[in-house]
Design a protein around this ligand. Structure first.
Ligand code: MG7
Ligand code: MG
Length: 315
């Protein structure tokens, strides 16, 4: 029948090494036919039709270090400032107190997203206020990032370099602190990739180069979607809508809707890849939302294989 024929055609289009990567034990796919037909469509479109939208914390960056210790997210830089040998008053203590109260709400299985949103807005607002109050200087922030426990996933640097050279636009969409991301990438890669567009919580600085505020809109876990795309970014998204295929990567259920700004796209146009990091009880939800779930793997190997297959084709 038609469905089987389409599935067989899709299989024929997907290279052996991609299939082998997807057949690994820790790669979970609820609907393999759907995932493969999306990949086949993207291979047919090639680099010129591809757009990549990725979360940063624990998606582009590792959730765990090689030694098994948890890696920090961007906010961790401020929380653990004293570990980097910088004194920022009681900022670390303040942020830890907020984290203890609000993190359980972020992951509460008995609350709806609507119920969580006011708490998340409050958490980010209070954290931003505490950071601004510390008056941290840009140069100090650069030192904090340099000594931080933020690590790129294995193969992430080569993936980023490959997308840049293939001319594939990359939207880095983060509810963390954008300045930490751009400083980190500049330090680790030599420069922020020229194809990258950062949508995140961005700081403002005073004339002494000390942090004095955060730009609107505030981006938290549950509004990473079209609602926080500002006027400036609307123009960018307008250009992006011309691209037929989107690969979305995230590690949280809140990352599922990062492609909403690319409005003319249907479900079939976005391949959603999740990294599930030591939270196996969430697997059923991830399998429902994401096409491909990569379990406890701190590398970009599978994404890299898929993107290589897509960008290898020149129309
Ligand atoms: N996240 C959000 N806030 C904080 C904070 O003040 N401290 C720490 N340690 N983490 C925070 O990248 C988005 C993630 O950042 C975390 C205000 C949230 O848990 C969110 O998932
Ligand atoms: Mg994340």
């Amino acid at each position: 029948n038609g469905t089987t024929a389409t599935a067989a055609a899709a299989l024929a289009e997907v290279p052996e090494d991609v299939l082998a990567a997807l057949q690994q034990e820790h790669i979970k796919i609820k609907n393999p036919e759907r995932a493969l037909s999306k990949i086949a469509k993207m291979i047919a479109g090639g680099a010129d039709e591809l757009l990549v939208i990725s979360d940063f914390d624990h998606t582009m960056s590792r959730a765990y270090c090689e030694a098994g210790e948890r890696c920090w997210a961007t906010f961790g830089v401020f929380e653990h400032a004293e570990r980097s040998g910088c004194k920022l008053g009681d900022l670390g203590a303040k942020l830890k107190k907020l984290l203890a109260h609000y993190l359980p709400i972020e992951f509460d299985g008995n609350m709806t997203i609507e119920e969580k949103i006011p708490h998340m807005e409050e958490w980010w607002r209070l954290s931003h206020e505490a950071i601004v109050e510390s008056g941290v200087e840009r140069a100090v922030l650069e030192q904090l990032v340099l000594h931080s426990n933020i690590r790129l996933r294995d193969n992430a640097a080569s993936l980023l370099a490959h997308l840049e050279s293939a001319g594939v636009p990359l939207v880095m969409f983060s509810a963390g602190v954008g300045d930490v991301i751009s400083i980190f990438l500049a330090q680790r890669l030599g420069a922020v990739p020229s194809n990258m567009h950062l949508i995140s919580n961005m700081m403002t600085y005073d004339d002494k180069n000390a942090v004095c505020g955060f730009r609107d809109p505030l981006i938290h876990t549950f509004n990473k979607n079209g609602t926080v795309i500002s006027k400036a970014e609307e123009h960018f998204y307008e250009q992006m809508r011309a691209r037929d295929n989107v690969i979305l990567m995230g590690d949280s259920m809140g990352d599922l809707h990062m492609d909403v700004g690319v409005e003319n796209h249907s479900e079939a146009d976005t391949l959603k890849i999740a990294f599930l990091n030591k939270k196996d009880h969430l697997l059923p939800y991830y399998l429902d939302g994401y096409d491909i779930v990569i379990v406890d793997d701190q590398s970009m190997d599978v994404s890299r294989k898929i993107m290589d297959a897509i960008t290898a084709v020149r129309k």
